[in-house]
Design a binder for this molecule. Structure first.
Ligand SMILES: *Cc1c(COP(=O)(O)O)cnc(C)c1O
Length: 462
């Protein structure tokens, strides 16, 4: 299995190389040269299997010869061993034909643990085998950073630097990043929004001298291995609701388009998915684009669902690549236009996108109202992101098709917003009760490429 760039100008790579490098050298994102297929029989055979066994069968064809079967099974088992629920991603019924896929039972209480825990295992295995060290730099709106730090803390072959927007993440998110005491963990609070952090990260990857000097590796949701790990729970959920003999739809609270793009990959592999519904907060570039074709950057307006406060949705590039018939030059052209502020999607590509994706936008007031209502009528305390998903799903769903809404974080990760909406303060799960008592460690940094690069090189100097 080879991986190619969405911009068509970078050499193809193996799974191992694509995982370690993150972003392609032409600025594009890696996608598999061909998407492996699962037959209806393959999918039927998933019913009743463990999460880990399903993960192995779904991901195996993508990893090529990077791991042998026994090693790959072992890495998957270790990745999910610390989850607080045996099903890993349990499904819960909310209403007739509407289900919640709980993706918050990992160590940092958000869905990003599914990919990050596995990536941590895969990196450690590959780097140890090759005798290499890497510097992982990530940008986060809160949850990626905590998940990455949790996955990489204390590993021998890795330094992990996480850029998060100063003052714009929740206290639980911040503490999950600033309290690990391991020397290889570096939490950097940047003066700016998430989009600034993400832009500086991309600048570092495009500074090839720096990139090579520090052996830069990325674990943001642009990393193909992360998308791949997220494909699995679309299969477990659909199989338990009757796939391949019954179609299922999914609603996904969306920011960077990574999680929902994993659903698109599942569909292209053969999983019978009817609709993939994008749910956004007031930062609604994706909803605007899917309704009008206009992808113009706006100002980020901070919301009570901060993990979706994004105006440039990195993984959308992958969806555009397929919507444009895998034409890398067309994608490169759009991304050039984006640098100048935005682009408009061609009619043909927009039609292609709409065959798979629907979308909805939820205001701040509606988000709070949904948290309140879900608690009162469904007995479910939702985090603000998940509430946005449930709201869009309730508004858009076809009652005849089972709808699965992805619950992307535990309510206790956003206790202030949940309490303001519902008057209930969700407690942290027992295993992280002392989070508020642990000492914090962080470095403030300017929104400046050179300053960041200097800091990183100083910190990793032997
Ligand atoms: C990251 C995140 C999202 C958005 O996921 P994307 O893959 O960026 O679309 C939604 N909800 C929560 C809680 C998150 O942490």
């Amino acid at each position: 299995m080879r991986y190619i760039s969405t911009r068509g100008q970078a050499p193809s790579l193996s799974f191992e190389e694509a995982m370690l490098s993150g972003l392609a050298r032409d600025g594009g994102l890696y996608v598999p040269e061909a998407i492996p297929q699962m037959s209806p029989e393959d999918i039927r055979a998933l019913q009743g299997l463990s999460y880990e066994e399903t993960a192995f069968r779904v991901m195996r064809p993508f990893v090529g010869d990077t791991f042998d079967d026994a090693t790959f099974r072992d890495l998957i088992d270790r990745a999910y061993a610390d989850f607080g629920h045996n099903a890993r991603a349990p499904l819960k019924q909310l209403a007739p034909n509407h289900f919640l896929l709980e993706l918050f039972h990992g160590p940092t209480l958000a869905f990003k643990d599914f990919a990050m825990q596995l990536i941590g295992q895969m990196f450690e295995h590959v780097l140890t085998r090759n005798g290499n060290r890497v510097t992982i730099v990530g940008a986060t709106s809160g949850d990626t950073g905590s998940a990455a730090i949790e996955a990489f803390r204390g590993l021998e072959a890795v330094d992990v630097f996480i850029l998060y927007p100063h003052g714009l993440v929740s206290e639980v998110q911040r503490r999950q990043m600033t309290t690990p005491a391991e020397a290889n963990v570096h939490a950097l609070a940047i003066d700016g929004h998430f989009d600034d952090a993400q832009a500086r990260l991309k600048d570092m990857f495009n500074d090839f001298d720096f990139r090579d000097r520090v052996r830069l590796a990325g674990v943001n949701s642009i990393n193909w291995a992360r998308v791949l790990a997220q494909v699995v729970y679309y299969f477990t959920a659909a199989a338990s609701l009757g796939a391949p003999d019954r179609k299922v739809s999914f609603t996904v609270p969306t920011g960077n388009f990574g999680d929902i793009f994993a659903g698109y990959v599942a569909k292209r592999m053969g999983l019978p998915i009817d609709r993939l519904v994008v749910a956004t907060n007031q930062n609604d570039i994706l909803h605007r684009c899917l309704t009008s074709g206009d992808y113009t950057k706006g100002e980020v307006v901070p919301s009570i669902s901060p993990s979706m406060d994004i105006q440039v949705s990195s993984n959308f590039e992958r969806a555009l690549f397929y919507a444009y018939g895998q034409d890398g030059a067309a994608v490169a052209q759009l991304m050039d236009e984006l640098k100048a502020g935005g682009f408009s999607v061609s009619q043909g590509a927009l039609q292609a996108l709409r065959e798979d994706f629907a979308s909805g936008r939820v205001s701040e007031e509606e988000t709070s109202a949904m948290i309140r209502q879900a608690h009162a009528t469904m007995g479910e305390l939702l985090c603000p992101h998940s509430a946005i998903g449930v709201k869009v799903a309730e508004d858009k769903r076809d009652p005849a098709v089972p709808m699965v809404t992805l619950a992307t974080a535990h309510p206790a990760k956003f206790p202030d917003a949940v309490e303001a909406a519902s008057q209930i303060r969700p407690p942290l799960p027992k295993r992280m009760e002392d989070l508020y008592d642990r000492p914090e460690r962080l470095t403030r940094v300017a929104n400046d490429l050179k300053a960041l690069e200097t800091l990183i090189e100083e910190r990793i100097a032997p």
